[in-house]
Design a protein around this ligand. Structure first.
Ligand SMILES: Cc1ncc(COP(=O)(O)O)c(C=O)c1O
Length: 332
């Protein structure tokens, strides 16, 4: 449906997390169990999808101002057990796929195209740059409705993926021993039981109701126009916020901005900006809390210093102006 992913196969499922789970299960059937390198800054349901697929996540650092995987960090984490690298185009910034591929030679890349959908990297559409990719249909993402799609080139993966979907919601046994490498034994078993509880909401079939399909199709048609509008708002913010004591994202041609994300120099200032945005009735968020910190690993340098600003169609010029005023006021 819709995307020119450059891949032969696309399979619909209930959400992006299910699509990632399907992708990883397919790799596991073909290449065996092991580790998946994931960006430390990522939606936590993606991590849960990886755990439910039986993979041990290994958290790689992300680049400042781009928020995508650091190729150097990936290179340091590759082991004989690495089965895949999950590459996310976070906040709509295209990841540097060529350098990541070079950092993990011969290892399949899975592209999380959820937040970069409609964008490109060196003129190649996001979602077409890797061995397997996936997207999510969700009211808060680039395309509404609800669902997910996994795209892949290797035809031999198709049968297993379709079989996995047919079996949902009956869930396979989860080999959750890998949690013991991340958490003390008691915490691991508590987390495992929580994962089993949420699994039916994370692993779902596609809702093929007319209303859902119509919504998805309609949003595909307006995607490119909406990206032009999002990017224009992001560039306007970039212009207005330049010169302030904060780190602005590095915008590149091909980015399709989902959330315009600034890095504030202190946690306190980030909190004040969030509070003042909220008081002014403006949207803002602090995505993401680094995944490694859920497991008590080393504190990430970006923790609690990111502020995501909305640039979607609900945001009008006045919202953008007020947002800039709030930020200037806090940093003054
Ligand atoms: C980057 C990223 N990957 C994966 C997902 C999971 O998608 P879904 O909510 O459709 O399961 C999300 C959703 O928030 C996301 O933002």
């Amino acid at each position: 449906m819709g995307m020119n992913s450059g891949k032969r196969n696309g399979v619909l499922c209930g959400r992006g997390t299910t699509a990632l789970w399907l992708a990883l299960r397919a790799i596991q059937r073909r290449d065996g169990p092991g580790e998946v390198i994931v960006p430390d800054l990522l939606c936590s349901t993606a991590l849960e999808g990886a755990l439910l697929a039986g993979f041990t996540p290994v958290f790689a650092d992300v680049l400042s101002r781009r928020f995508t995987l650091s190729p150097e960090s990936v290179a340091e984490l590759v082991t004989p057990y690495t089965r895949a690298v999950l590459v996310a185009h976070l906040f709509g910034h295209g990841a540097d796929i060529a350098s990541i591929r070079a950092a993990a030679p011969g290892i399949p890349l899975i592209e999380d195209a959820v937040q970069g959908l409609g964008g490109s990297v060196q003129d190649q559409p996001i979602g077409s740059l890797s061995d397997i990719s996936f997207i999510s249909y969700d009211a808060h993402k680039m395309i509404g409705g609800r669902g997910g799609v996994v795209f892949f080139e290797d035809e031999t993966l198709l049968e297993g993926i379709e079989e996995d979907i047919r079996r949902l919601p009956e869930l396979p046994e989860f080999p959750l021993d890998q949690l013991k490498t991340l958490l003390p034994p008691t915490a691991a078993s508590v987390y495992a039981s929580q994962l089993r509880t949420v699994a039916p909401t994370l692993l779902r079939r596609f809702d093929s109701s007319r209303a859902n399909v119509n919504r998805i199709q309609a949003d595909w048609e307006t995607l490119q126009a909406r990206i032009v509008d999002r990017n224009a708002k992001a560039y306007w913010l970039q212009d207005q916020l330049s010169g302030l004591p904060l780190e602005l994202p590095e915008m590149r041609a091909g980015d399709a901005i989902w959330r315009y994300t600034i890095t504030v120099s202190t946690v306190a200032a980030a909190r004040r900006i969030m509070r003042d945005l909220q008081l002014a009735g403006l949207p803002g968020s602090g995505l993401y809390y680094p995944l490694s910190q859920f497991f008590g690993q080393k504190k990430h340098r970006l923790t609690n210093r990111l502020v995501n600003l909305w640039v979607d169609e609900s945001i009008i010029e006045e919202h953008l102006r007020c947002t800039v005023d709030v930020i200037k006021n806090v940093l003054r």
